[in-house]
Design a protein around this ligand. Structure first.
Ligand code: GDP
Ligand code: GDP
Length: 452
């Protein structure tokens, strides 16, 4: 089931993250507890009254001079808006309207979606009304005075927001799979792109009328839809400005962030390089599903390697990536390119998969029966009460335990492996949140914690 999306927009330091944390509440804490998750994580689940939705936070980027970086804020905002059903522009009530607010407001007014204006840092109701009144000039309708820190005013604002959001039933089922193709220059990304798209391609930009810089390509194959992300970036290397070997890791990182499935293309002749490892690390950090596409297999001397030996050799250099399928293809001859699509479908399904609490606990019980949790030197034994999947894309499984410190890394890895072996999570990273404290809170309201 899909959920409506609300984008939070605003210049730095107006309180976007504070506001989003308030909306997302304790659920987001579960995800943030995990190591390796960046603070600017974009998608969070939230709810107000009986309505669930997703908030996209465009915060996380903080600069000293906001006007200078407006294009960057706008770019972030643009990507967020492409998927959103409503937007909230957050401004700083104590600072009053700034040119940057004005510019964002002008731009937001041209977008085809409802926009709400949240005037933050209005702790006192009287002052709040005064602060808020300065923002009528942004022409975004009624300014709502709020305090993200204390929560006042957010109720009225959210009442208005949920009134315009489509219900889950009204939203189209999201079938399109976002695919990013990344890898070093000359590994064969463009050739693969051509092999995948063939004749039936159409070009789509994230939002019509926006920068021509990122160009996505939409393709349909056997009734399924795929969006190939930032295909302009894939072809960019020929650009004289950079020279042939320019490798925009930043651009690759952005594409990874927007993807459901990342194709990490590796040159079969060169093997795994340090740059490939960097990309792999980022894919894991962002929680994207992935396929390792070993290209130019036609050019490898098959007498010196079997696929089996070669795969082992490559995997030794891609630690923590054992969940990703590895395909040996030739983009140039088209050999096994259809397998890439099969692997994408599988990885995307695993990424979005939701496993019931009953099944999670069956796996857990079985795992504990084979191998009970360790006992610390002080004689205290770890105890796992139960588990539940708290989030998808990537799957996050929360395990409620007496004390997370009683579980060593080797036991954690064992549990991870059990879940992978028992449930089909091929192609997606799975995260585990070992929770010691908030057990009671979740227990009181188990549906809240598992609903999406
Ligand atoms: P972002 O850059 O827009 O995400 O802003 P942050 O959420 O990081 O907040 C920027 C600063 O504003 C921080 O120092 C917050 O503590 C402060 N802040 C956020 N919300 C409020 C609020 O409601 N009232 C006041 N007085 N300060 C706030
Ligand atoms: P990109 O920089 O990653 O987009 O790489 P290109 O698609 O431009 O390919 C770089 C070079 O590798 C070109 O000369 C391609 O013809 C060649 N190439 C691409 N795929 C294959 C393949 O499957 N086998 C062989 N032998 N060469 C390939």
């Amino acid at each position: 089931m899909s959920l409506p999306i609300v984008a939070i927009i605003g210049r730095p330091n107006v309180g976007k993250s504070t506001f989003v944390n308030r909306l997302a509440g304790s659920r987001q804490a579960i995800v943030h507890d995990q190591p390796g998750i960046t603070r600017d994580r974009t998608y969070q689940e939230a709810f107000w009254l009986d309505r669930d939705f997703i908030v996209i936070d465009t915060g996380g980027i903080v600069f000293d001079d906001d006007t200078e970086f407006l294009p960057m804020i706008r770019e972030q905002a643009m990507l967020a808006l492409a998927e959103a059903n409503a937007a909230i522009l957050v401004v700083d009530g104590q600072a009053g309207p700034t040119p940057a607010d004005e510019e964002l407001a002008n731009w937001l007014r041209q977008q085809k979606l409802p926009v709400f204006l949240a005037v933050n840092k209005c702790e006192s109701p009287d002052e709040g009304i005064m602060f808020a009144s300065q923002f009528w000039e942004l022409n975004l309708g009624e300014p709502y005075p709020i305090s993200a820190i204390h929560g006042n005013g957010t109720g009225d604002l959210l009442d208005a927001v949920i009134a315009v959001l489509p219900t889950a039933e009204e939203l189209p089922e999201r079938n399109e799979i976002n695919v990013a193709i990344v890898g070093r220059p000359n590994v064969g990304k463009s050739t693969l792109l051509n092999a995948m798209t063939g004749q039936n391609r159409s070009i789509v930009s994230p939002i019509s009328g926006t920068t021509r810089d990122t160009i996505d390509m939409h393709i349909e194959r056997e009734g399924k839809e795929y969006r190939l992300i930032d295909t302009a970036g894939i072809r960019r290397k020929k650009n004289v400005e950079y020279g042939a070997e320019f490798f925009s890791i930043n651009r690759a990182f952005k594409a990874i962030k927007r993807a459901d499935v990342v194709l990490l293309v590796i040159d079969a002749v060169d093997g795994v390089t340090e740059q490939d490892q960097k990309l792999a690390d980022r894919i894991i950090e962002e929680g994207r599903s992935a396929i390792i596409v070993v290209n130019k297999w036609d050019a490898v001397d098959k007498d010196s390697y079997t696929i089996y030996d070669y795969e082992k050799h490559l995997r030794d250099r891609l630690y923590f990536f054992d969940w990703a399928q590895m395909l040996f293809i030739s983009a140039q001859t088209g050999q096994r390119v259809t397998k890439v699509f099969d692997a994408i479908d599988q990885a995307a399904a695993a990424h979005r998969r939701r496993v019931t609490t009953a099944v999670i606990n069956e796996v857990l019980e079985e795992a504990i029966r084979w191998h009970s949790p360790p006992t610390t030197r002080q004689g205290k034994q770890g105890k796992i009460y139960y588990g539940t999947q708290v989030s998808t894309a990537p799957p996050v499984i929360a395990l409620f335990v007496n004390d997370p410190k009683r579980f060593n890394e080797s036991y954690k890895r064992y549990i991870d492996r059990q879940f992978r072996e028992q449930l089909d999570f091929t192609g997606t990273p799975v995260r585990f949140a070992w929770r010691g404290k908030k057990v009671r809170e979740i227990e009181r309201n188990p549906n809240r914690a598992t609903k999406v």
